[in-house]
Design a protein around this ligand. Structure first.
Ligand code: OOG
Length: 252
């Protein structure tokens, strides 16, 4: 059963054709099983697993999507967009972007480990590009978990050592230099550092890999924003710097 759902979501992504939501009543455990199969299809095509991401760590984001619980998804090498690079919209259905904070794991997490501060060796400003494979970007909690939490692409700004608190840094999200959203890192679970034990707990529960060098996207600091071809999108986190990408212009 979950094979069929993974195939449906994979086809939606690869053909850029949104699909119907999954049947109501799918349990969260079943949804994580679909997510695993969906990511396995990417890995079978040669992508590598490189990270995990949390979703709905911000109240504004959860309210925007009508969903309440924190969820976890996977990041693969096929989702990486280098800082400043161009995003090709023809690969996506109805993408939106959100400013985030990323962490990097210094080492693998031991089974059952409760992480201490030594687990993270670097932090970076980031932008996540989400793209629900469901029609009209509408989904239940189980739907969005199965759809690998809408993960589509991400950009990391410069890494730096994690040597200061992050609990109330200003976040500016700009398109072509115009402010389109702003907030604080406090929107991410009250303090983005809380994303670290939350991600470890959820990854252990649902069997997601946490190896040395794993990237952890902590979740959005503002609601997600749609963007147009030919624009420049940037996220600046106070004291951490900036991540940015440009959106490829539409071909005439
Ligand atoms: C789900 C992903 C949400 C976040 O940072 O809250 C997310 C979605 O809104 O499509 O990544």
């Amino acid at each position: 059963m979950s094979d069929d759902f993974a195939a449906r979501l994979d086809e939606a992504a690869t053909t850029r054709t949104p699909c119907a939501q999954l049947p109501a009543g799918l349990s969260l455990d079943d949804a994580y099983a679909v997510q695993r199969q969906l990511v396995d299809l990417r890995l079978a095509r040669g992508e590598r697993s490189i990270g995990v991401k949390l979703g709905f760590t911000s109240k504004a984001k959860a309210a925007q999507m009508g969903v309440a619980d924190v969820i976890i998804g996977r990041l693969t090498s096929g989702m990486v967009l280098a800082d400043g690079d161009e995003l090709d919209l023809s690969r996506l259905i109805h993408p939106r972007a959100e400013p985030e904070v990323a962490f990097r794991l210094s080492r693998a997490v031991e089974p059952g480990e409760v992480p201490g501060p030594d687990l993270i060796d670097a932090v970076a400003p980031a932008i996540e590009i989400i793209d629900s494979r469901y029609r009209d970007f509408k989904f239940s909690l189980a739907d969005v978990v199965a759809d690998n939490t809408s993960a589509a692409a991400f950009v990391l700004g410069p890494w730096r050592a994690l040597d200061a608190g992050l609990d109330n840094r200003g976040v500016l999200f700009e398109v072509d230099g115009r402010l389109v959203a702003s907030g604080s890192t406090a929107a991410i679970l009250g303090d983005p550092l809380r994303a670290i034990p939350a991600a470890v707990r959820m990854a252990q529960r649902h069997g997601l890999p946490l190896t040395a060098g794993t990237v952890l996207l902590a979740g959005a600091a503002t609601p997600a924003v749609a963007f147009e071809p030919g624009t420049q999108v940037s996220a600046t986190v106070s004291g951490l710097g900036r991540a940015r990408f440009s959106v490829k212009a539409r071909e005439e």
